[in-house]
Design a protein around this ligand. Structure first.
Ligand code: TYD
Ligand code: MG
Length: 420
């Protein structure tokens, strides 16, 4: 529960008499489209996520956990932006930002910095500097003097975001707003701002690992089926063009409990390693734990293994981990999870040269996945010998390295071949 003070209303309703209406309804075919040139960013991953660049007058919310690299990403964008930029920070001083820019070995000609938290003063700075792009870091530290309450409370967050939205639309300035989310997804934070802004990007990753994913949650100016992949290095964020290299198995040693899946995120295929550990439980109730994979989905897959394949897993602790700290949402990794579980249960290692992509249904049947051909090509490019998939896929044309495609009807059939 969050305490929320309702701002006092002035009580006066707008009189209907003398009402001025500037707008009038238009026929769809009469609406004129003004082509606005997008600002092309030097960061091609971000460009793609935005649908081809930053729209003048567009407002983008970049949300993520504290310390994930939001300020780093946007400072990088600011230093390479083709126009004039105002970077408003309520979290760091100008010196700190300069130090960070030095560490990232970047400099910029037309980047202006100001440390400010009060919305009215920020508006003043914007009208003075007249930038093409404003970066507000962060919305949680910004507050308006016209409203009661601490910065970061719901009324302040909403008011400040709406003001920035109004400013962006009336002046055609492009705006990036940084918003922090907490581990639980931040219902009290950026979630309530999503409907106000044009585009919502989530920056995520595990802080223990150095890769970061940029997911598009909403975009009024483009596709939400895009993803940006970065690596955090000593000198800032590097774009990753070949994500498979990041998440695929790091060694060629064959270990039980490991299986490789071909997943697709944001239209890009990449390999991830699924690891499972199945051991007899010492407690009354067996433990089930999943990192990077949905726990309910895991329970479902375990039930399929029990019921359809007759493996007694009720007295086993089960742990599943998607290596590299990635959070896998693509159902195509189901099959790799099942195979990893069985490989651990039987303590039998699999060849590193096989990969899997299929959704598993409640009857234990393998279901086809989208972008199948793309997945096969990726597996082939990375020199896998064999890819296992559902029987209902139509065959793919020959690939350069001639990967073998094994089509299998159900889990039972596959496990019999793999673990005779
Ligand atoms: P930051 O952008 O400050 O996170 P946010 O704004 O999302 O809170 O980044 C924080 C982390 O990034 C910090 O722990 C240090 C790390 N980092 C690097 O590893 N390399 C770099 O070049 C920079 C600038 C930061
Ligand atoms: Mg920051």
């Amino acid at each position: 529960m969050i305490e929320y003070k309702i701002p006092k209303s002035t009580g006066s309703k707008r009189p209907v008499a003398g009402l001025k209406v500037e707008n009038r309804p238009l026929l769809l075919q009469d609406v004129k489209i003004e082509r606005t040139e997008r600002w092309k960013l030097a960061d091609t991953e971000l460009n793609r996520c935005l649908g081809g660049g930053m729209i003048p007058g567009g407002i983008v919310l970049l949300a993520g956990e504290p310390g994930i690299g939001k300020s780093t990403l946007l400072l990088q964008v600011a230093t390479m932006f083709p126009g004039k930029v105002l970077y408003v920070s309520g979290e760091e001083s100008n010196e700190q930002i300069k130090l960070r820019a030095d560490r990232m070995k970047t400099s910029a000609k037309d980047l202006w910095l100001v440390s400010e938290v009060e919305l009215e003063k920020i508006n003043h700075h914007i009208s003075q500097v007249k930038p093409d792009l404003v970066i507000l870091d962060s919305i949680q530290t910004t507050h308006s003097g016209h409203l009661e309450g601490e910065p970061g409370n719901i009324a302040q967050l909403r008011h400040c975001t709406m003001e920035m939205q109004r400013l962006a639309k009336s002046t055609n300035i492009a705006v990036f707003i940084i918003g922090h989310v907490n581990k639980e997804g931040g219902i009290a934070g950026p979630k309530i701002l999503e409907h106000i802004v044009d585009t919502v990007l989530y920056f995520e990753g595990d802080k223990q690992y150095n890769f970061r994913l940029l997911r598009v949650n909403k975009n009024r100016f483009g596709n939400t089926d895009e993803i940006g992949v970065y690596k955090m290095s000593r000198s800032g964020l590097e774009m990753v063009e070949d994500p498979s290299m990041l998440f695929a198995a790091q060694s060629s040693e064959e270990l039980s409990g490991c299986a490789t899946a071909v997943m697709v995120e944001g239209g890009r295929p990449f390999m991830v390693e699924v690891q499972a550990l199945v051991t007899p439980t010492v407690y009354a109730a067996p433990q089930r734990s999943a990192t990077g994979f949905d726990l309910r989905r895991l329970s479902m897959l375990l039930a399929v293994l029990e019921k359809r394949c007759g493996f007694p897993l009720g007295k086993q602790d089960v742990f599943v981990n998607i290596a590299g700290g990635i959070r896998a949402q693509d159902p195509a990794i189901d099959l790799a999870v099942i195979v990893a579980l069985m490989s651990s249960f039987r303590d039998q290692a699999l060849s590193r040269k096989i990969c899997f992509c299929a959704e598993v249904g409640l009857a234990g049947e393998l279901r086809p996945v989208h972008r199948f051909e793309q997945r096969v090509k990726e597996a082939d490019r990375l020199r896998f010998d064999r890819i296992v998939c559902a029987a209902s896929h139509s065959m793919v044309h020959r690939t350069p390295n001639n990967i073998a495609i094994s089509q299998v009807g159900n889990v039972n059939e596959l496990l019999e071949i793999l673990f005779y």
